[in-house]
Design a protein around this ligand. Structure first.
Ligand code: COA
Ligand code: MG
Length: 291
C-alpha cells in the first residue's frame, strides 16, 4: 500500500500581520516552511486597507526564497475577499486561507473568486491553493462538507482560540477543552487526503510548552503547526521532522516485515512487540515524511 504525500510537506507556518512591512521583510531570514500574510484578525479593523496594499507590495517586491506564501483572507460574510484577491492575486501568492470556514458554501464562494481571478490573469484554474481554518462549532460539525468543497483545498488549519470563544470553553494549557475538535480536524484531513495544521501557541516565551504541545499534535497525526513568532518555528520544525532514531526504526521494521511476509507470517515479534500491517503503514509514513 503506497503512502502518497501529494503535497509539499509543511511543518511550520508563520503568521505575520499584513500591515507590518517590517515583520514581512524579515520573513526570508526565518527558518519557516510557509509564510502567512494575514489580512484577518492580526490586523486592526482600521488597518485593513493598509494591510491589503502592504501584502500586495510585499508579494511584488520581496524574495521569500523557497518559502510558500499564503494570504489569509477575511471571512466571505465581510465582503472583503473579493477586493483582497483582486489586490493580491496578480502577484502570485501560492495560495489563500479561508478563515472561520463554517460550511461548503463558505469555501465555494472563495473558490469561485479564485477561479475568476485565475481566468482574468490567464492562469490555469486551480493553481491557487486553498486552506480552510476550522475554528467555529459549525466548522467542526461540517468538517466533511468543507473537506470536500473544492479540489483546490490542500489543508485544514485548526484554530483553538476562536473555537474556545465560540463554544464557551476556557483555554487551558492541557487543551482538553478543544480536544474533540482538534482530533476531528486531523481525522477529517486524513479521510480526504488533506494536510492538517495545529493551533498556535500564543505564549512565545515558553519554548518547553511549545515543544510539548507540538509533540502531542504530532502524536495526534498533525503534520505541522501554525506559529506567531519566529522563535517558534525552529522548535516546530524539529518536532514535526522524524528523528534519526525514528527513521532508523522504520527502516528496520519494513525490512523485518518484508522478510516475515516472504516467510508467510502476517504478524510477528519485532524488538519485543507485536507488529503487523498497521505498523508497516505507520513506518512507511515516517519515511514518506523524510522526503
Ligand atoms: N513575523 C515576522 N517577524 C516577527 C514576527 C512575526 N510573526 N513576530 C515578531 N517578529 C520580529 C519582530 O519584528 C522583531 O524584529 P526586530 O528584532 O527587528 O525588532 C523580532 O521578530 C522579535 O520580536 P519580539 O520583539 O520578540 O516580538 P514583538 O513584540 O515585536 O511582537 C507579536 C510580538 C506577538 C505582536 C508578534 O510576534 C506578532 O505580530 N505575531 C503575529 C501575530 C498574528 O499574526 N496573529 C494573527 C494570527 S493568530
Ligand atoms: Mg482565528
Amino acid at each position: 500500500m503506497p503512502v502518497a504525500y501529494t503535497h509539499f510537506a509543511r511543518r511550520s507556518l508563520l503568521f505575520m500581520p499584513g500591515d507590518s512591512m517590517k515583520k514581512i521583510q524579515k520573513a526570508a531570514s526565518w527558518e519557516v516552511d510557509t509564510v502567512i500574510l494575514d489580512l484577518e484578525d492580526g490586523v486592526a479593523q482600521n488597518r485593513k486597507l493598509e494591510a491589503r496594499t502592504t501584502v500586495a507590495e510585499a508579494l511584488q517586491q520581496l524574495d521569500f526564497g523557497p518559502r510558500e506564501r499564503l494570504v489569509r483572507l477575511n471571512h466571505v460574510s465581510t465582503g472583503l475577499p473579493a477586493v483582497e484577491i483582486a489586490a493580491t492575486a496578480s502577484w502570485r501568492p501560492d495560495g489563500f486561507i479561508a478563515p472561520k470556514a463554517e460550511d461548503e458554501a463558505d469555501l465555494r464562494a472563495v473558490d469561485r473568486l479564485l477561479e475568476d481571478a485565475e481566468r482574468q490573469l490567464g492562469l490555469d484554474v486551480g493553481v491557487f491553493r486553498l486552506f480552510a481554518m476550522i475554528e467555529t462549532a459549525r466548522g467542526v460539525m461540517n468538517l466533511k462538507e468543507i473537506a470536500r468543497a473544492t479540489t483546490r483545498l490542500e489543508g485544514l488549519i485548526f484554530g483553538a482560540e476562536d473555537l474556545a470563544g465560540d463554544i464557551g470553553a476556557v483555554r487551558t494549557s492541557a487543551a482538553w477543552e478543544v480536544f474533540y475538535a482538534r482530533s476531528a480536524v486531523v481525522t477529517a484531513a486524513a479521510a480526504y487526503d488533506l494536510q492538517a495544521f495545529d493551533m498556535v501557541f500564543p505564549d512565545f516565551h515558553d519554548a518547553t510548552g511549545l515543544e510539548a504541545e507540538s509533540r502531542f499534535a504530532r502524536q495526534l497525526g498533525y503534520t505541522g503547526k501554525t506559529c506567531i513568532h519566529p522563535n517558534q518555528t525552529p522548535i516546530v520544525n524539529r518536532a514535526f521532522s522524524p528523528t534519526s532514531e525514528e527513521i532508523d526504526r522504520a527502516q528496520r521494521l519494513i525490512q523485518a516485515f518484508e522478510a516475515q511476509q516472504a516467510a508467510g507470517a502476517g504478524a510477528f515479534t519485532f524488538e519485543g512487540k507485536m507488529v503487523d500491517m498497521p505498523m508497516l503503514v505507520a513506518a512507511r509514513k515516517v519515511l514518506a515524511r523524510v522526503k
